[in-house]
Write a protein that binds this ligand. Structure first.
Ligand code: COI
Length: 356
C-alpha cells in the first residue's frame, strides 16, 4: 500500500463523556479511512480524512445490485490505557473470502490491518473506557462504477468508519428471547450465507420484524433446504449446550465463520468440553428442552460478544432455558473472552494486537 495521507479535521466533534449512553452504531468518530480502486491501476490513494457523507453517482453499481462487503471488529482500551485489537488478521482473511465470492478485488490482508491500526491510532481518544465499552470498527467496500448493466464494477471504495459502543442489545448481558424462523430463508448452499455482504442482512429484515412484533429480539435461522437444522441468529452464531455437549452449526457454506465463534470453540476445547459441529435439528433442541436437557443457549459475535439466550420460540412451542438466567459456560466464556479483550486477563491465546 502507498503511504497513507492524513488530512485531519480542524473541527473535532464533542466526544461522549464517560457514562453517557452509547447506543450501538449511532455515534461516529471524527475521521474515516478511504482508498480507491480502479481497474488497471489497483488500490490507490489511501487516506485518513474527516468523516463526511460520500459522493456517489446515482447509477453506482452498489446502489442497484448490492456489490458490497463489510467486516465488524473492535478496539479495546486496557486498564493501563493501551489500545488493542482482537485477531484483526482473521477479519482481513474473511474480507478476502467475501471479495472472492462477490467478484471484488481483494484488499491485501496486511493493508487491511495497517489501515485499521492507522485509523484507530488517530481516533484513540474515542475508544471509551467504561466496562463493556469499545470502539466498533466497520471496514467496508462498495462498487462505485456508474453502470446499470449487471456486471462487476471496475471501481471501488474501501472505507473504514468507527463508533464508540456499549452492549449491542439494550438488555446488556441479560438473556435475549429468540424467535425460530420456519418460513423465510437466510441462506442456501451455493449462496452468500458464509460471507459478510449487506444483502444477507437486507433479506433477513422481514423475519426480524416478525420476531420483534412477537416480543423477540432476533431470529434463529434454519437451513434453507429442509428448514430443519439450526444455523445462525441475526447478528451472531449460536451455541446449544445439551446434556453436557456443546453444539454449534458447521460453517459449510451457509453460516458465517464468526471470529468470536472460532475463539469460543478454541476456549471450550481447551477447557475440556465436547464441542460438536455436526448439524443439529431444531426438533432435537425443543425435545431436549422438554426433557430438561437443554442446559444453555448463547450467541457469539463481535457486536453481540457473548449473549445468553433465555427463551426460544419454535412454531407454537416456547422453551425457557436455564430459568431465563445466564448459564455457567456462557458466563465463563464471557468473562474469559472479555477479560482477554480488555486486557484484564493474560492473553494466553496470543489473540490481541497492540495499536498504541
Ligand atoms: C458484528 O458482530 O460485527 C456484525 O457485523 C454483526 C452486525 C450485523 C451488527
Amino acid at each position: 500500500m502507498q503511504e497513507i495521507r492524513y488530512e485531519l479535521t480542524k473541527t473535532p466533534k464533542k466526544k461522549p463523556a464517560p457514562g453517557d449512553p452509547l447506543p450501538f452504531g449511532t455515534i461516529f468518530t471524527d475521521h474515516m479511512f478511504m482508498m480507491d480502486y480502479t481497474e488497471g491501476k489497483g488500490w490507490h490513494d489511501p487516506r485518513i480524512v474527516p468523516y463526511a457523507p460520500l459522493q456517489l453517482d446515482p447509477a453506482a453499481i452498489v446502489l442497484h445490485y448490492a456489490q458490497e462487503s463489510f467486516e465488524g471488529m473492535k478496539a479495546y482500551r486496557t486498564k493501563d490505557g493501551t489500545i488493542q485489537l482482537f485477531r484483526p488478521e482473521k477479519n482481513a482473511a474473511r474480507f478476502r473470502s467475501t471479495h472472492e465470492r462477490m467478484c471484488m478485488p481483494p484488499v491485501p490482508e496486511e493493508d487491511f490491518v495497517t489501515a485499521v491500526k492507522a485509523l484507530v491510532k488517530v481516533e484513540k481518544d474515542w475508544v471509551p473506557s467504561q466496562p463493556g465499552e469499545s470502539l466498533y470498527i466497520r471496514p467496508f467496500c462498495i462498487a462505485t462504477e456508474p453502470h446499470l448493466g449487471v456486471k462487476a464494477s471496475n471501481t471501488y471504495y474501501f472505507i473504514i468508519i468507527c463508533c464508540p459502543v456499549a452492549a449491542y442489545y439494550p438488555t446488556g448481558l441479560n438473556p435475549v428471547k429468540i424467535y425460530v424462523e420456519d418460513k423465510y430463508v437466510r441462506a442456501a448452499p451455493g449462496g452468500t450465507g458464509y460471507i459478510k455482504c449487506g444483502g444477507n442482512y437486507a433479506a433477513s429484515l422481514i423475519s426480524q420484524e416478525i420476531a420483534e412484533s412477537l416480543g423477540y429480539s432476533q431470529t434463529l435461522w434454519l437451513d434453507g433446504v429442509e428448514r430443519k437444522y439450526v444455523e445462525e441468529v441475526g447478528s451472531m452464531n449460536c451455541f446449544f449446550k445439551i446434556d453436557g455437549t456443546i453444539y454449534t452449526a458447521p460453517t459449510v457454506g451457509t453460516v458465517l465463520p464468526g471470529i468470536t465463534r472460532m475463539s469460543c470453540i478454541e476456549l471450550l476445547k481447551k477447557w475440556g468440553y465436547k464441542v460438536s459441529e455436526e448439524r443439529l435439528a431444531i426438533t432435537d433442541v425443543m425435545k431436549a428442552a422438554r426433557e430438561g436437557k437443554l442446559e444453555e443457549v448463547f450467541g457469539t459475535g463481535t457486536a453481540a460478544v457473548i449473549s445468553p439466550v433465555g427463551e426460544l420460540r419454535y412454531e407454537d412451542e416456547v422453551a425457557v432455558i436455564n430459568n431465563g438466567k445466564i448459564g455457567e459456560v456462557t458466563q465463563r466464556l464471557y468473562d474469559t473472552l472479555t477479560g482477554i479483550q480488555w486486557g484484564l486477563l493474560p492473553d494466553d491465546m496470543g489473540w490481541t494486537t497492540k495499536v498504541c
